[in-house]
Each structure stands twice: as structure tokens, then as C-alpha cells.
Design a protein. Structure first.
Length: 537
């Protein structure tokens, strides 16, 4: 018995569920909504009932022989009908009254008034007077559009001419750091092109709003006009509503940004003072200040981004997360070399390998350090060539800092010369030291010294070592030292046997330049000497 009762109640339950899930439908007359149907009537859904009522209202508005006053309410046993002659326009049920929260008779009276009012309005819209008035409005709108377009056409050349006159006065050349980047002519051409694009955009906007405006003057096209306007107004309304709803999150983001900005300003002040030496921190060198500030700045920005991320619009959407993951993977794969360069830059900074202005040798490159960044080191060679070396390559190479070596006693510059065994080594030492002392840029204290580095088959290798505190003039000092060595040896009459000479001294001219030879010098003639006791050779 219980099962039978449940089966009998099942259709009613399904109908109730269907009613709960079905959305309400609007009854329309022309382009106006008359009332809303929320309940079913037997097998007819709210949408079916609204469509049938709208169709009957359309017939009623076209039949001008029927007066709106002829539309009345007819009470039935379970329903209340709104009729005109034999035409049942709409039916009000107890379910409708319950959905509206009113009595059935009151709801029927309300809908009767709404139908009468809508029929009168729709008929008035299709009257000759309304059509004539709409035509007049359309004509005025067209004339206004034409006048505005003519005005734009006349003002645009004047605006272009004014921009052209501003070149060289209001519009100047951008010269950041004394380098011409963008000329005044290019800026003027860009502004003129921007003005033309703006004129085209204004024209298109005027045409877009003109068309729905004219459509709205006539009942046959009014719905199309509303549709065109909705394409622009609905996104604007939705965007404004979303902006208002997003204001609390925007305020939170603003607070985070302000706090991060103030924190970076305080950090910048502290590190600036550390760089200047007004604030001292034991074990912290002044040249570490700005690189450390950049690291702190990156950490602050990263922290602020992490905190702000949940408050960004759409941050919870799967699309946003997918794009974030994709960008993260792309950045990870593409920034391997960049990260290694950054790490190399940090290592070079905190190991104090060199500073700006130091004369260094990085691998085979010798020059002055002109700039250090997180990614690369910039070196200007002695030939005035600017070389950019990635920090990862610098960190992986041996670095010789001549400027650091020059501090204290000074940097030792050395060069070798080979002299024959016939020259006394003490005289060679004296000549090399004398040549070094003549050289500009060589320190007198400590005094230069000589090392004999090899005893070769044909000559002795001597190395002159001299101190200097001017590593930036290394190339010039080496050149002057070589010149002075030649002069000193030539003046003393000592031949520089480098690499070596195979010569017979009898009848051969000495290797010393002629300007250093004494007047009347002539090479010795060949000599023949008897070796036997009988005078024979």
C-alpha cells in the first residue's frame, strides 16, 4: 500500500521539481515587457505561456477596431482569464498568485491594467504621428552627424599644421645622456599619425551610435537599435559593476604597494649611507652597498607580488593559473644562462675581485672595468675597444687585478733580454737597472732588480723587474722601458744577442747601430796566424 501511494505521488513530485527548475519568462508587447510568468499551467511551461500571450497581444495591437477598454477579466472556477471578446489573452492561476505573493483576483486586475497600458502604448508608437515625429528626429540626427563630420574634416588639417609648427619648439629631440634617440621630426610624424587615428576612431564611434539612435525612433527597428547599444553599454555596465566590487581588493593592493615603496625608500637610504661611509657596518664594504640594495629590492618586489597575487582579478580562474604555470616554465627554461650570470655577478661582487676603474686581465682580455651589472662586466681595452663579458664567463676564468696589485709597494712589470756570454753579467745588471730608472712611471723605491732566468746555448736571459703604481699606463711604461734598454746598451757598446747571432767576428760589423759607434770605426780584418813551429800554417 505504501509503495502504491509513493508511485501515485511520483508524477506530482516530478512536476514540482520541473516547476522549481524552470526560469520565468517575459510577456512582451512590441519592445516592452508587460509582465513575467513564473508558474506552469498544466503541460505548458512559463516560456510557452509567455510566448502564447505575447503572440495574442501582437494580434490585439494590430486590430485597432478593438478598444483597450474592451479587455476585461472573466472569473472561472479555478482560474481568472483576461479576455477580449472571444480571445483569451492570458490566464491567471493560483500558482501564479502564489508565485507573485498576491491574491488571484488582485494579480488578474494588475495584469489587466498592464495589458491595457501596453496595447495603448504600442498602438501609439505605430501611429502616423509617431512615425512622422521619428522621421523628424532621424533627420535632425543625420544633419547633426553630417555637421560634426564636416567640422572634423575642417579641424583635422589645422591640427596637423599646428603639430607641424610645434616641431623644434614644443616638440624637441629626445636626448637621454646626450645621445640622440628620437628626433623632433619622428616625434612630429608620430603625433600626426596618432591624430589621424584619433579622427578615424571618433568617426567610427559617431557612426556606431548614430545607427542605433536612428533605429530607436521607429518601432519596427527599435529592437535592433537596443541590441547594438547593448553591445557597448552592457560591457561598460558590467565593467563598472566589476570595478565597484573589486574596490576592496584594489585598496588592499594599494596599501601593499605603498608599504613596499616606503620599504624600498628606507632600504635605499640605508644602503646609500653605507656606500658613502656615513653608516659603517663591520665587515661590510662600501662597494657592496648598491648590489646589496638591488638584491633587497628584488626580494621586496617578489614578496609584494606574492602577496598581491590572490587579490588580482581572475587569479582563481583555471585559465589564469594555466598561463601563470606556462610563463613560469618558459621563464625557467629560458633563463638558465641569465641566472648563472646573475649568480656570477653576485660572486664577483662579494669576493671583491675588482671594482669600477680597475685595470684587470680576464682570460685574454686586458683593460679597465667601466661597468658592472648583474648580468655582465664591461671592459675597455688598451686599444679603446669596449668588450662585454658575461659574468658566468668571468667567474669561470682567472682574473688578474693589476690595480689591486699596485697598492702598497706597487705592481712589478718585467721584461726579458738576452745577452751574449762575452758581456759581463754585472755590467748587464747595471745597464738594465739604469734603463728602468730612466723610465717614466717606474718607482725609484723599491729599486728595480734583475733576475738571470736562463743560461742558454748562445746567450744569457736577463729579466728586469720594476715597480709601478700606475697600472693604467702599463702599455706605455713597457714601451718606454724597451726603448731605454736599447739606448742604455747601445751607449755602453753591449750587443743584445736576441734571439742570437752566429757570426764570425773577424771582418763582421758589430750589431750596435751606427750612430752609437765611435768616429772612424771599421770592422777588424781577417787575421791569419801560424800554428806550426816552422812558420807554416
Amino acid at each position: 500500500m505504501v509503495r502504491k501511494t509513493a508511485l501515485l505521488c511520483l508524477p506530482s513530485l516530478l512536476v514540482f521539481c520541473a516547476q522549481a527548475q524552470e526560469p520565468p519568462a517575459n510577456v512582451a508587447a512590441g519592445d516592452q515587457t508587460v509582465f513575467v510568468v513564473k508558474a506552469r499551467l498544466g503541460p505548458f511551461s512559463p516560456a510557452d505561456r509567455a510566448a502564447a500571450t505575447s503572440k495574442k497581444l501582437a494580434q490585439l495591437t494590430r486590430d485597432v477596431s478593438i478598444s483597450p477598454d474592451a479587455i476585461v477579466v472573466a472569473e472561472q472556477d479555478d482560474t481568472t482569464d483576461i479576455v477580449s471578446r472571444d480571445l483569451v489573452i492570458a490566464t491567471v492561476t493560483e500558482a501564479d498568485a502564489k508565485a507573485a505573493g498576491m491574491k488571484r483576483s488582485a494579480l488578474a486586475a494588475e495584469r489587466l491594467n498592464q495589458i491595457k497600458s501596453s496595447v495603448s502604448k504600442v498602438r501609439a508608437q505605430y501611429s502616423y504621428q509617431s512615425v512622422l515625429l521619428g522621421s523628424l528626429y532621424a533627420l535632425l540626427s543625420t544633419l547633426t552627424l553630417v555637421l560634426v563630420l564636416i567640422l572634423l574634416r575642417r579641424l583635422a588639417p589645422r591640427l596637423y599644421a599646428s603639430i607641424e609648427r610645434w616641431r623644434g619648439t614644443l616638440i624637441g629631440t629626445l636626448r637621454p645622456q646626450s645621445l640622440e634617440q628620437v628626433s623632433a621630426g619622428r616625434i612630429t610624424a608620430a603625433l600626426i599619425q596618432l591624430a589621424r587615428i584619433g579622427r578615424l576612431a571618433v568617426t567610427l564611434i559617431l557612426l556606431y551610435f548614430y545607427i542605433p539612435l536612428v533605429f530607436s525612433f521607429f518601432p519596427w527597428t527599435r529592437s535592433f537599435g537596443y541590441t547594438l547599444l547593448s553591445y557597448v553599454l552592457n560591457p561598460i555596465a558590467s565593467g563598472w559593476a566589476a570595478f565597484l566590487a573589486y574596490l576592496p581588493s584594489l585598496l588592499v593592493i594599494g596599501v601593499i604597494v605603498c608599504f613596499s615603496y616606503l620599504t624600498m625608500r628606507v632600504a635605499r637610504f640605508v644602503f646609500r649611507e653605507l656606500e658613502r661611509g656615513t653608516i659603517q657596518w663591520p665587515g661590510f664594504y662600501p662597494e657592496w652597498a648598491m648590489p646589496s640594495y638591488k638584491i633587497v629590492q628584488i626580494l621586496i618586489l617578489a614578496f609584494a607580488t606574492i602577496v598581491i597575487f590572490p587579490y588580482l582579478p581572475g587569479s582563481d580562474s583555471p585559465a589564469f593559473r594555466g598561463v601563470s604555470i606556462f610563463l613560469g616554465v618558459l621563464f625557467s627554461l629560458g633563463s638558465t644562462s641569465a641566472v648563472s650570470n646573475v649568480i656570477g655577478g653576485l660572486i664577483l661582487t662579494y669576493t671583491r675581485a675588482f671594482r669600477i676603474g680597475d685595470r684587470v686581465q680576464i682570460a685574454d682580455t686586458v683593460g679597465d672595468v667601466v661597468a658592472k651589472t648583474l648580468l655582465a662586466t664591461h671592459v675597455r681595452t688598451v686599444k679603446n675597444a669596449h668588450i662585454t663579458i658575461p659574468n658566468s664567463l668571468v667567474a669561470g676564468s682567472h682574473v688578474i687585478n693589476f690595480s689591486t696589485s699596485a697598492q702598497g709597494e706597487g705592481l712589478i712589470l718585467h721584461t726579458s733580454v738576452t745577452i751574449g756570454y762575452d758581456a759581463p753579467w754585472r755590467q748587464v745588471h747595471s745597464l738594465l737597472i739604469e734603463a728602468a730608472m730612466r723610465t717614466s712611471g717606474v718607482s725609484k723605491v723599491p729599486q728595480p732588480f734583475v733576475l738571470q732566468t736562463a743560461l742558454n746555448d748562445f746567450y744569457v736571459a736577463y729579466e728586469i723587474n720594476a715597480y709601478t703604481v700606475e697600472p693604467g699606463r702599463m702599455a706605455v711604461i713597457y714601451s718606454d722601458l724597451h726603448q731605454n734598454i736599447q739606448d742604455a746598451f747601445n751607449e755602453a757598446g753591449v750587443e743584445i744577442m736576441s734571439p742570437h747571432y752566429n757570426a764570425m767576428r773577424d771582418g763582421n760589423t758589430t750589431a750596435i747601430p751606427g750612430s752609437y759607434l765611435p768616429p772612424g770605426y771599421a770592422p777588424a780584418a781577417f787575421r791569419v796566424k801560424a800554428t806550426g813551429g816552422d812558420g807554416k800554417i
